[in-house]
Ligand binder design. Structure first.
Ligand code: SF4
Ligand code: FES
Length: 156
């Protein structure tokens, strides 16, 4: 596992952790992780919060890892296949936007998100709609979205 910079971003860089596997490399942006459901339930042999490193990309087929990462609503998890293993993530079409009861904005599609890291091409984001986040424009569970009954926010 290594710390890396997001080359899609501007001068200031978000902190990413990189987990390199044989066929797929997974990156994780801890400040954007909101939700304990999709990754750990989808592939517990790959994503296990009780283990260090918590991500083992080679514990499943690269295609399965990709499928589960594409369900991560915050975009905290990203992947890149190694050459010849598969294409980059294709954005959902049409783009969708959904507001949760506590105000988070959940978007999927071909997105250009402007923030302190410059313009970032994204395919999945959960943005702050309440103004409380300290990781704007992304939600960080500082606001009412931290309640466990919110439909995206689940306790970890
Ligand atoms: S936000 Fe993404 S990385 Fe965080 S627990 Fe949910 S699916 Fe996993
Ligand atoms: S909506 Fe989650 S911190 Fe604002």
């Amino acid at each position: 596992m290594t710390d890396v910079k997001d080359e899609r971003a501007g001068d200031e860089q978000p902190k990413l952790k990189e987990y390199e596997g044989e066929g797929i490399t997974v990156t994780f942006e801890p400040r954007r992780c909101l939700h304990a459901a999709e990754c750990v339930r989808g592939l517990p042999q790959v994503f296990d919060l009780s283990r260090r490193p918590w991500i083992l990309p080679d514990a499943a087929e690269p295609g399965q890892v990709e499928q589960v990462i594409r369900r991560c609503p915050s975009g905290a998890l990203q992947y890149r296949h190694h050459p010849a293993e598969g294409p980059p993530e294709i954005p959902d079409a049409p783009t969708t936007v959904r507001r949760t009861p506590s105000g988070q904005l959940v978007l999927r599609g071909d997105l250009l998100v402007t923030g302190p890291y410059g313009d970032r091409h994204e395919t999945r984001v959960t943005l702050c709609g309440c103004g409380a986040s300290e990781n704007q424009p992304y939600c960080d569970h500082s606001g009412p979205c931290a309640e466990p009954d919110d439909d995206v926010a689940e306790e970890r």
